[in-house]
Design a protein around this ligand. Structure first.
Ligand SMILES: [Zn+2]
Ligand SMILES: [Zn+2]
Ligand SMILES: [Zn+2]
Length: 421
């Protein structure tokens, strides 16, 4: 429920973001192979925990950052099993106020704990963030499993190579440019091309080859504007169109913004590159004013039960008020309902009821993630006497998705390995 990019093996979860193989998780971001996590980010193989960041193989822990193979830890301190249980009860994480307090301490610890400049693993000659097992990438984000020789890509997965300016390209794709949701070879200025090769200026075409300016084709060859041609005709006509487009300065550019059937503020673009109405319209995009919502709210934010233990099943009949009350300009629905299966999950995990509508919850998660943008910065290691360069400051510089004004402490790979990992 209410999740984004949770396609692979997610079961009985709510409010998760880009996580796989997870079960009974709530408010979980960029995590994998985990169960019973609440409010966790970038965790792998963790269970039954709250508020973890960048932890691997940890159990029964709360508010920890960067731990490996630990259990019964609270704010990175080790407790005995009994002490942990006692402390956990005292924290009252099932109440809105108890959880809020724990979140604040956790956020402080996150800021104090040095981070690696970017999440890059087993990769060579790459810049970007969230990259695994890849080579020769320039400014790419969320690339994994043998992605090679690409520039300006976001979400490139499984043996993708030789392309640029792309969003969601996967499964053995090669030679792509200005591509959105593509798996194929030699695809230019196209979107939703699943299978096929030599595709240009096409949309929603599957398993089709040598097509130009086509929409909605399946298993076709040598088509222009959805009309069938012979191979010989196609090879004469397509270059003529390209010449005409070049003369107008159109060739090589993606479809113009005004062709989009969607308004800027109702697409993913608004999540990652938020713009105002004026800014979006200035660059040629449509804008859609939010619909007037006529809900009759039956439960004001202040009246939402503080403790999950006090929630009665009748809550599923209520229309709850979003704490943002529509003033956040993030498509706030102003009100929301609790689904029966959602309530069961909250009760099972012992988390207090949310006070924001699903869209506002989604935007809160987006804010926790790094932006898809890079800044050149220097290592911020303090140069402690025990540190690898003694009293001297590290001179390493790198490209990082953490903006210079961010409060986190950012380390280069070597300093991070020595001091933190
Ligand atoms: Zn809202
Ligand atoms: Zn909001
Ligand atoms: Zn360093």
């Amino acid at each position: 429920m209410y999740s984004f990019g949770a396609i692979l093996g997610a079961r009985e979860c709510a409010d998760t973001h880009q996580s796989r193989e997870i079960e009974l998780c709530y408010e979980t971001i960029d995590s994998a192979n985990s169960s019973k996590l609440r409010f966790c980010e970038a965790c792998v193989s963790c269970t039954d925990s709250w508020l973890l960041y960048n932890c691997i193989n940890c159990q029964d822990s709360v508010g920890c950052v960067g731990l490996r193979n630990k259990s019964n830890c609270i704010f990175n301190e080790q407790y005995s099993k009994e002490e942990y249980k006692k402390r956990l009860q005292e924290m009252r994480l099932g109440t809105f106020s108890g959880l809020k307090k724990a979140k604040e301490t956790f956020e402080e610890l996150k800021k104090r704990t040095p981070r690696k400049f970017a999440a890059i693993l087993k990769s060579e000659n790459v810049t970007g963030d969230d990259i695994t097992n890849s080579r020769n990438l320039h400014c790419c984000f969320n690339a994994r499993n043998e992605v090679e020789n690409c520039r300006y890509g976001f979400r490139l997965h499984e043996r993708v190579k030789d392309g640029m300016d792309a969003f969601i390209v996967w499964n053995g794709s090669e030679l792509f440019y200005e591509a959105v949701s593509v798996t194929g070879q030699n695809v230019k200025c196209s979107a939703f091309i699943w299978g096929g090769f030599n595709v240009q200026y096409s949309y929603n075409c599957f398993d089709s080859n040598h097509i130009f300016g086509c929409v909605g084709l399946r298993k076709k060859e040598y088509c222009i504007l959805n009309k069938q041609y012979s191979k010989e005709e196609y090879e004469v006509l397509a270059p003529k169109i390209i010449e005409a487009m070049k003369a107008k300065g159109e060739y090589g550019e993606f479809f113009p913004a005004d062709m989009s059937t969607f308004a800027y503020n109702e697409t993913l673009a608004q999540d990652y590159c938020p713009k105002t109405k004026e800014e979006a319209e200035h660059i040629g995009f449509k804008w859609r004013a939010p619909e007037k919502k006529e809900y009759s709210i039956t439960l004001k934010t202040e009246a939402i039960p503080e403790n999950i233990a006090d929630v009665e099943e009748s809550i599923i009949k209520e229309i709850l008020e979003c704490a943002h009350k529509g003033i956040c300009k993030e498509q706030c629905a102003t009100a929301f309902k609790i689904l029966p299966q959602e309530l069961m999950l909250y009760m099972r995990l012992g988390v207090p009821l949310p006070r924001l509508c699903p869209q506002c919850r989604h935007m809160e998660r987006i804010r926790l993630k790094n932006p898809i943008q890079l800044w050149t910065r220097e290592c911020q290691c303090a140069g402690a006497p025990s540190h690898r360069h003694g009293e001297n400051k590290c001179k390493e510089s790198f490209q990082t998705p953490h903006a210079p004004e961010r409060p986190e402490i950012i380390y280069c790979e070597s300093c991070y390995q020595q001091e933190v990992a």
